[in-house]
Design a protein around this ligand. Structure first.
Ligand code: FRU
Length: 485
């Protein structure tokens, strides 16, 4: 089937129910399907949206195109959870069904106010010449999940930005509301973060200009401001960022910039950090969303997928997933990301894994491993029983300590033009601690207590569920089979 523009933007009610059912059952039956991560019911999933706490539950939405593994007419699908691990899919919540979001209910955020959840998102509109217009829209969601959109846009694109103006994050500070948005400056065609202020969420919203960060590539997508141990951290996707400013290997990076303070009214960000750094050291993390929760913690969730890329599951009519939720902290100015405690509730069948024989960890598993200092070797994940193919983790824990993750010999190639391996430096001469999560086609590797995270997709035959350590390595490991969420 050819995905013409007409087809991608066909209104949802023009599709027949049977097509959708077929896509849903095809996605559910896939060997690559995720079992304890948020995944699309059908079609394509991208950014997490509206990550929040409301009505006694955690809430998250995802950008959805339900009719195929392509970027088409986007909506929001809603999920909620009691523990940030077990998510219940509540279905479509924000549909692209008004003149202000006719070509997509694009990304945005949410904030609990009284007994309602306020949503602010970008309405994507294309005119008859296919020129894009972006409107920032407000909507109220009630306890039953009913969404009522405000009839007028909260923010119309100001003259100093191009049509690339989207992904509002709502913030509250000093009794006022603020919003930050990804923007492309019209004069310089560079990536910016726009700042707005309002007394009430429903407006009027006042343009405060740009946050005073340097130009970042040609467009910033999905900016977030989150306070971690009281310090402001911007998390964003600077498309086209000069690799001399900050190096990255993915098509577009997802980065963060940690600071000392942020002046909400002046847009001034005080920071000692010279340049942004990668949020995830792996292959497929983008459009992450973070927020400060009522429990005093900052949590992060990411799209595991990248714009403009294809994945082997596309041929099965579905694509991508969300990462597990990570709790943020700061150590020496760097973000530390840890799994939430409740992830342990998925554990069953604990086993020790020792020696150098291939060990069947299962397709959904957690592996905790310590490699003693002063060694060099490799570990295979998602390996065949012969231990020949798999995701190869090459480690050195001596002087020039580093960890390389290579997915080049594990099933089907994934966006190989951008390299099959990623490397992180490690502190010299120290034990290496890894906490690894596998979910059929996803790996999430937490390095040294979350000082780095390496996330990626892989598409190997379903029986590649073994782990295997090189001969003669001094290590300890424990594995758990993990239940479905
Ligand atoms: C990022 C993004 C956002 C946009 C959304 C549309 O992946 O391009 O900027 O709001 O996806 O689905």
């Amino acid at each position: 089937m050819e995905w013409t523009r007409e087809k991608r933007y066909l209104p949802y009610d023009k599709w027949d129910a049977l097509t959708l059912l077929k896509l849903q059952s095809q996605a559910a039956r896939s060997d690559y399907q995720l079992h304890y991560h948020i995944r699309p019911s059908s079609g394509l999933l991208n950014d997490p949206n509206g990550f929040s706490y409301y009505n006694g539950r955690w809430q998250v939405f995802y950008q959805s195109y339900p009719f195929g593994a392509v970027h088409g007419l986007k909506s929001w699908v809603h999920l909620s959870s009691r523990d940030l691990v077990h998510w219940e899919n509540l279905g479509e919540a924000v549909l692209p069904d008004t003149p202000l979001d006719s070509h997509g209910a694009y990304s945005g955020s949410a904030k609990a106010v009284g007994d309602k959840l306020f949503l602010m998102y970008t309405g994507n509109v294309r005119d008859e010449n296919w020129v894009r217009h972006s409107y920032q829209i407000g909507a109220w969601m009630d306890e039953k999940g009913q969404v009522s959109k405000l009839p007028e846009a909260l923010i119309k694109a100001p003259d100093h930005v191009t049509e690339h103006f989207r992904d509002p994050q709502i913030l509250e500070h000093g009794g006022k509301y603020y919003a930050i948005l990804g923007a492309q400056d019209k004069a310089s065609k560079s990536g910016k973060i726009s700042l707005y202020r309002a007394e009430q969420l429903t407006g009027p919203w006042e343009d405060l200009g740009y946050v005073d960060l340097p130009d970042m590539g040609y467009m910033v997508e999905c900016p977030n401001l989150v306070f971690v141990s009281g310090k402001p951290v911007f998390i964003f996707c600077p498309q086209g960022l000069d690799k001399n400013v900050a190096d990255y290997q993915n098509v577009y990076p997802n980065m963060y910039w940690a600071g000392e303070s942020f002046d909400f009214d002046m847009g001034h960000f005080e920071t000692k950090q010279k340049a942004p750094v990668n949020l995830d050291e792996g292959f497929d993390v983008y459009a992450s969303q973070a927020f400060n929760a009522p429990d005093g913690q900052a949590y992060l969730i990411s799209w595991v997928g990248l714009p403009d890329m294809t994945y082997p599951s596309d041929s099965e009519g579905w694509a991508n997933c969300l990462s597990q939720v990570k709790r943020l902290s700061l150590k020496h100015g760097r973000l530390v990301q840890k799994p939430v405690k409740a992830i342990k509730s998925l554990r069953e069948a604990e086993e020790d894994f020792t020696g150098d024989l291939a060990f069947d960890a299962g397709a959904q598993s957690e592996i905790k491993l310590t490699v003693k200092r002063g060694q060099k070797g490799s570990l295979l994940l998602a390996a065949d029983q012969a231990g020949q193919h798999g995701i190869k983790l090459r480690f050195k824990t001596g002087k020039h300590a580093r960890l390389t993750v290579d997915r080049g010999e594990c099933g089907q190639a994934v966006n190989a033009d951008f390299g099959a391996s990623r490397t992180v430096r490690l502190p010299a001469g120290e034990d290496l601690d890894l906490r690894i999560f596998m979910d059929h086609s996803l790996f999430e590797i937490f390095v040294n207590g979350g000082a780095a995270v390496i996330t990626g997709r892989y598409f190997a035959p379903a029986d590649q569920t073994f782990v295997k350590m090189d001969k003669g390595i001094d290590y300890r490991a424990r594995t758990w089979r993990l239940k479905d969420m």
